[in-house]
Design a binder for this molecule. Sequence first.
Ligand SMILES: [Zn+2]
Length: 327
Amino acid sequence: MLAFDDGVHVLGTEVWLDPRKRKPRAIVTHAHSDHVGRHACWVTSPATGVIATHRWQARSVEPHPFHEPWDDEGARLTLLPAGHILGSSMVLIERAGTRLLYTGDFRLGESATAEPCVPVAADVLVMECTFGEPRYRFPPRAEVLDQLCAFIDAAFADDVVPVLLAYALGKSQELARLVSERGYPVALWGAAHAMLSVYRELGVSFGSCEPLDEQTPGRMEQLREQRRVVIVPPQRSAADVLRSFPRRRTAFVSGWAIAPHVAWRPASDAAFAISDHADFDGLIEMVERVKPRKIFTLHGPDSFAGELRQRGWDATPARHANQLTLL
Ligand SMILES: [Zn+2]
């Protein structure tokens, strides 16, 4: 049986997947704030354990490498790469002859920093569906990157600072790598820059990246003279450093770039659809590769389960399906 009222709980066991409330021990697929809690023991991939220790001060981490199963509470568990951010995991649970795959957040296709996603066959699939509407289809990544570089070049030609608005964990580091390795020096918001050393420790390389400190007067002018690309998170506090500096041009870098209607999109001069989530076609591809007999959808529109049912799959939004007997 599964319960979905706090992450995913395999009932009758102490297996909790991404719960938000504190647990004595919980599997945490990745270190984004909507997937973590103040648990006594974090069960994670080795990379997520390192990131969680740095980002969330996780005191006790039980790391499990990808593809190495272990027996836990009467179930066999295996972490698999999810392709979302560095260290992000999917969880395969084998119990009583049934295979359940929980995706956490995932992305198929290439990433500059995350391990490539490895879908496997399962009887039951519990999946995120953030971009679970057909209008959310991302253009080819190489094309978007070319457009992003053209935006940067145009800003430099006009003698203004190109400022990329990107979430602090995962997207900022991926962008820093993509941009710096194309030869553009970068200045990265302090908290996001601090994570670079963690990423480097985990084997990810970067070109020239300096920290951007909100408190330093004249720093933005210095960065303009140095022709650096600035990367800051979109939250208001980060924007304060920009407000008094008009010689800038901003671009929001997110899957939500293709959704101009969403209220939480920050104001920006441009937007580029580079996401660490699967788009609509990626979600469908995940289902086709896993070939489950039952699907539960999480973290997205309920209508995505309807899209799957139209394609012949047995799919239900998880919040409508509490405590079903499956395992
Ligand atoms: Zn995430």
